[in-house]
Design a protein around this ligand. Structure first.
Ligand code: ZN
Length: 527
């Protein structure tokens, strides 16, 4: 592959930045960075005098690369690497698909997902004997479409120790021998076993796959949230082997000893290079609205017996926050319910100069007015997932008439001076940035989301959404000087798309396609 040191991109519709809105027709990239944006004549003259490559954009639209500030690349990669069994019509077909997939699968366990015995011609559940006929040497786990059950081959039953385990979720035949089908708690146990057996190499494969997928979506930087030690080693492996197609910014899963270890290694926020940086720690303050485990100050409207609950006490949270902050690292705290967010904000309030430290609040789903004000005052960055607005269409039932106005307050946050960063929490939501932009702009208007009317004043413009997905996310990562726009001196991270997002109708936003993705001036992906 020829690496051109100088590349001129001419005849484009280039968005240099969204706020302020700045456009150009041509751009000069030298090495990894943008050297100049402006007139075609200047770019052509440099290329013809100094040598290099001239790329005619043919009027196509160029945008700064998307920065997804909150992704789980390990889980996304696992999901993408799994055999997709949805729509399988028979056990015979399942076996055929498993056979083909297993030949190429490089992981320790062979994993698949999505079968449904209701669709099978044979009219029965699959068993370990079915799977043994196809794969006997490696353990196999194929989860049912509902993710509450699965089927294992004999090797997997042995490895999970199910032959001697007396759990109701382990299905047995008349002789009391496990059939290979597991449900509920037994299924969860097997999933944990799978995770334990995943090697650093397995994780490296998953993460690499997820990052290539991100590049194909036009994402040039990801915030890797909840990164465990094994995952971190996998990222380091990819980094040292130059296998990172996009930039990765790491937030480790909080553990007391891990903060201590990182501190002793001398790792501070920003450790790494352009491709990989360690930024801080992720902590979970509460659960989710879907499971009614997000911690609210008043009970759930559709279940007054509960208000959710915290995942750690306020004292523990404060201690953890202090510890991470004193170690010179950034915090990313998951807070969904307003009561949980109260505790997070109180913990941040006790730190000095929180604005300069830009600690993050992940999700920030249910916010009272006073909390928005406090976030602005403290300089807390709201890392939001606009696609939640559509996925959580039932949220009005959970929260009721009054509190429904407190959900996903993107416009209010922005107007009150809180910096916003966009993300997907993928694989929780689709990684495609255009679906996220569409959700931020339309908020379920075309999906008949029941609370669309209640919160329509929170709709953002396309321009604002693109700003938060680029510059806003870069700010959350402390990198607005290097990433998030195509101004001179920044990394040449950009995408070429098939339509101009600021010209198309709002409904059309979600079908915009990325044609090419460049990271540091190099093509990371093309259609
Ligand atoms: Zn997450």
């Amino acid at each position: 592959m020829v690496l051109y040191l100088i590349r001129g991109f001419v005849n484009g519709n280039i968005y240099v930045s969204f706020k302020p809105l700045r456009k150009a027709e041509s751009m000069l990239v030298v090495g990894e960075k943008v050297a100049y944006v402006g007139e075609k004549g200047v770019v052509e003259a440099v290329v013809s005098r100094l040598g290099g490559e001239l790329v005619d954009l043919g009027g196509r639209t160029v945008l700064p690369g998307f920065i997804d500030a909150h992704v789980h690349p390990d889980e996304l990669g696992l999901y993408l690497s799994t055999l997709d069994l949805r729509g399988t019509r028979s056990i015979k077909e399942l076996k055929e698909r498993l056979r083909k997939y297993a030949e190429a699968a490089r992981t320790t366990w062979v994993l698949g997902h999505g079968w449904d015995q209701e669709l099978f011609e044979e009219g029965r559940w699959p068993t370990r004997y079915d799977l043994d006929e196809v794969v006997a040497e490696k353990p196999v786990l194929l989860s049912r479409i509902c993710l509450h059950a699965g089927v294992l081959n004999t090797k997997a039953v042995e490895l999970a120790g199910l032959f001697n385990l007396k759990l109701p979720g382990v299905l047995r035949d008349e002789q009391g021998v496990p059939t290979g089908v597991v449900k509920e708690e037994a299924f969860e146990l097997v999933r944990q076993k799978v995770e334990e057996t995943l090697t650093i190499e397995d994780y490296a494969e998953f993460i690499e796959r997820a990052l290539h997928y991100a590049a194909s979506m036009g994402i040039t930087t990801v915030g890797f949230v909840s990164c465990g030690l094994k995952q971190l080693k996998a990222v380091f492996k990819l980094w040292s082997e130059k296998r990172l197609p996009v930039r990765v910014r790491v937030y480790l899963s909080y553990r007391d000893e891990l903060v201590e270890a990182v501190k002793q290694l001398g790792i501070r926020r920003g450790f790494g290079d352009g491709y990989l940086k360690i930024l801080g720690f992720k902590i979970l303050a509460d659960g989710s609205l879907g499971a009614r485990t997000a911690w609210l100050s008043e009970p759930y409207s559709d279940d007054p017996s509960t208000s959710g609950y915290p995942l750690l006490s306020e004292e523990e949270l404060k201690r953890a926050v202090r510890k991470v902050d004193e170690a010179g690292l950034q915090l990313a705290i998951h807070g969904i319910g307003d009561k949980a967010i109260d505790t997070v904000l109180r913990a941040y309030m006790e730190l000095n100069k929180t604005r300069e430290k830009r600690h993050r609040l992940e999700h920030a789903s249910v916010l009272r007015d006073d909390q928005v004000e406090l976030m602005a005052e403290l300089g807390v960055v709201a890392v939001v997932q606009p696609h939640f607005v559509i996925s959580d269409w039932w949220v009005k039932n959970r929260l009721g008439e009054k509190r429904v106005h407190w959900v996903y307050r993107f416009k209010t946050l922005a107007e009150k001076g809180v910096e916003l960063a966009f993300s997907t929490d993928s694989p929780v939501e689709p990684l495609n940035p255009w679906e996220t932009v569409y959700a931020a702009v339309t908020r379920g208007k075309y999906e008949n989301v029941p609370y669309y009317e209640d919160t329509r004043e929170e709709c953002l413009s396309t321009l604002d959404s693109l700003h938060y997905y680029t510059w806003g996310s870069a700010y959350a990562l402390f990198e607005e000087d290097a990433l998030g726009s195509l101004e001179e001196g920044k990394y040449a991270d950009f995408v070429v798309v098939d339509r101009d997002p600021l010209v198309v109708s709002e409904e059309e936003l979600k079908s915009i396609r990325v044609l090419e993705t460049y990271v540091g001036g190099k093509k990371a992906w093309s259609l």
